[in-house]
Design a protein around this ligand. Structure first.
Ligand SMILES: Nc1ncnc2c1ncn2[C@@H]1O[C@H](COP(=O)(O)OP(=O)(O)OP(=O)(O)O)[C@@H](O)[C@H]1O
Ligand SMILES: [Mg+2]
Length: 338
């Protein structure tokens, strides 16, 4: 029997997970809050993204939803079944792939590994073989089907992992950082496949995690931004960005100069300054209260001896949304919560 909440593919209510860490003799255990009262509702058919920096709690949430980890408090349902009391019903309907994990037996070939996994899920032999060939073809791996898994590069092995996720045709698929460590082309290929898969199968749901805002923007119908175990915002990428459209956003590149870009923060109307160095140049992303503020910014930079190489207005990104919510960039990680 499904335990209520049947209309959602995934639902959580005040879901909380606390890890006990650093247990040493004679010392009280320390607690680390990895998830804090998370309320989430993902509809069937959605391609839903969980976007957050390292340590935000993404993998912890995926592990609870895939019944690999118990919640400390709160509740969660997947396909209408309770993760604590009905884990078997959930496992029959889902699959999970974690980027960067090594999976399968190195001595078996790619085909043998995939076939073995299909048998764990009780997929009929002919269907399994057909699906394996279709997926190998789709990922450009047909020629490598007979190679031992251990002979493949990390990127190709990750593709095999992804194939393993889709092979069982799950009702709900959990992808934890699916493109982690892949080159641009391989990542693009996998994103295209993910998108196609949900489009072709109405009602199938994907929950993926990423710390890559481009991935979240390009792929997801809705995105929840998570930081330090809390969901800070949840909406379509467009709606999340719309909230920032009153600001003036600029990107510019300057030659290296002796001072620091943080001096720009003192200029009235400068809301955010993010900088990265590249080949002796400094690229700056600025969020300004209004366009006119760019004048004093340019004056301040030239006064420091910087030459402006280019300057352009830009549209808000999910990175801007994240900085707006959290006060720092996605790539800067989470300080340990708890
Ligand atoms: N087994 C564990 N024992 C103790 N603390 C843990 C454990 N697993 C995770 N944590 C802590 O819980 C928090 C959330 O970790 P989690 O792995 O869920 O984050 P994440 O968003 O997946 O990060 P990443 O992007 O690095 O994969 C972190 O503070 C982490 O140190
Ligand atoms: Mg993780």
């Amino acid at each position: 029997m499904r335990d209520g909440k049947t209309d959602a593919a995934v639902r959580t209510e005040r879901l909380t997970r606390v890890y006990r860490v650093g247990r040493r003799r004679g010392q009280p255990p320390q607690e680390r809050v990895a998830l804090q009262e998370v309320d989430l509702k993902i509809r069937p058919g959605e391609l839903f993204g969980l976007l957050g920096p390292n340590g935000a709690g993404k993998t912890t949430l995926i592990k609870i939803l895939t019944t690999l980890l118990l919640p400390t408090s709160g509740r969660a349902w997947v396909a209408g079944y309770d993760v604590v009391t009905q884990p078997e019903a959930i496992r029959r309907r889902i699959n999970m792939v974690a980027g960067g994990e090594s999976c399968g037996y190195g001595l078996l070939t790619v085909r043998e590994n995939l076939w073995m996994f299909s048998q764990f899920y009780g997929i009929e032999n002919r269907t399994a073989r057909q699906r394996i060939e279709t997926l190998l073809e789709r990922f450009g791996l047909r020629e490598r089907g007979g190679s031992k898994l251990s002979d493949l590069s990390t990127g190709l092995r990750q593709k095999v992992n992804i194939i393993r996720g889709f092979l069982t045709d799950p009702q709900i698929l959990f992808l934890d950082e699916p493109t982690l460590g892949l080159d641009v082309n391989a990542a693009r290929q996998i994103r295209a496949f993910i998108r196609e898969w949900v489009l072709e199968r109405p009602g199938r749901t994907i929950l993926l995690t990423t710390h890559d805002m481009h991935e979240a923007e390009a792929l997801c119908d809705r995105v929840a931004i998570i930081n330090r175990g809390r969901i800070l915002a949840c909406d379509t990428p467009e709606n999340l960005k719309r909230g920032l459209q009153r600001d003036a956003l600029f990107s510019l590149q300057v030659t290296a100069f002796p001072g620091s870009a943080t001096l720009l923060q003192a200029i009235p109307g400068v809301r955010q300054v993010r900088g990265r160095h590249e080949d002796g140049r400094l690229e700056l992303d600025l969020v300004l209260a209004e366009e006119g503020v760019i004048g004093p910014v340019i004056s301040a930079l030239t006064a420091q001896g910087a030459h402006i190489l280019w300057l352009r207005k830009r549209e808000p990104t999910l990175e801007d949304v994240f900085v707006h919510l959290v006060g720092r960039g996605l790539s800067e990680g989470t300080e340990e919560a708890g």
